[in-house]
Write a protein that binds this ligand. Structure first.
Ligand SMILES: [Mg+2]
Length: 260
């Protein structure tokens, strides 16, 4: 008997909406979960804005939620940096909004002798910022990242590309920790916030390397949602079930109907 599903995790772009437009049935699905005995959480690797901004964005699109229903790679980075005892003085390759949000979480953004460099999704990247980051790496400052995605749809350079850039600064640069999907820190945030075990979580997403890998690495069940896209190559990461379209989670793929 599989563990009873208590927390349903949703990737956003490509799973519940595309370019800000919800797929048919997506909003009804969240409304139904809200009335059920299961909890739900939107899980995003996007660290270009604050988690609270994401909450507003999802409300505008039409999804009902409270702040606790969103977790980002930024939340996971806070958990990781605190758990690893990295220190609170960071140089953050990130947007002003994200830097401000991190300051609200007890960190200080500084270029003067920081404890670490934190790579995030920096949509305000400049040559000056890259120069400061490069000099810190050459001095041996440890490097962490909010998440590993190289490219954010539909083709924006994301944190993963900055990781490769920073690694090129000097041979042997090692990234000390990465927080978001598919890594464990995001799972720890969810365990702590909702008081559930990984085997009681179900990850619903459209990407193999992040969503399915997140579920597989952390011992969760997973649903691969195709939403009309061709079946991607799976490699090592097998989904528990494949859902052709997200609205089918309202009937044949409703977790209780699967015996979950
Ligand atoms: Mg996606």
């Amino acid at each position: 008997m599989p563990a009873k599903a208590k927390l349903i995790l949703f990737d956003l772009d490509g799973t519940l909406y595309l370019d800000g437009v919800p797929y048919p049935g997506a909003i009804q699905l969240i409304e139904r979960l809200r009335k059920s005995d299961m909890e739900y959480c939107f899980v995003t690797n996007n660290s270009s804005i604050a988690t609270s901004d994401y909450c507003e964005k999802l409300r505008r699109i039409g999804f009902p939620l409270e702040p606790r229903n969103v977790v980002s790679s930024g939340d996971a980075a806070v958990m990781m940096l605190n758990a690893l005892g990295v220190g609170h003085r960071l140089f953050i390759l990130g947007t002003n909004r994200f830097r401000g949000w991190m300051e609200g979480q007890g960190f200080q953004h500084t270029e003067v002798n920081p404890d670490a460099l934190l790579i995030a999704f920096d949509k305000e990247l400049t040559y000056e910022k890259l120069t400061i980051a490069t000099q810190l790496v050459l001095k041996g400052v440890p490097v962490y990242a909010t998440h590993p995605d190289p490219v954010c749809p539909p083709g924006l350079p994301d944190a993963g590309m900055l990781i490769e850039y920073i690694k090129a600064a000097r041979p042997g640069v090692v990234i000390q920790g990465i927080a978001g999907k598919p890594h464990k820190w995001l799972c720890r945030v969810l365990q702590e916030r909702f008081g559930v075990l990984p085997e009681e979580m179900v990850m619903v997403g459209d990407r193999v390397g992040t969503d399915l890998a997140f579920a597989c690495n952390n011992g969760m069940r997973s649903m691969l949602v195709r939403n009309g896209e061709p079946m991607p190559p799976l490699g090592d990461f097998q989904p528990t079930v494949v859902v052709p379209r997200i609205n089918q989670m309202l009937d044949e793929f409703w977790p209780r109907n699967l015996g979950w």
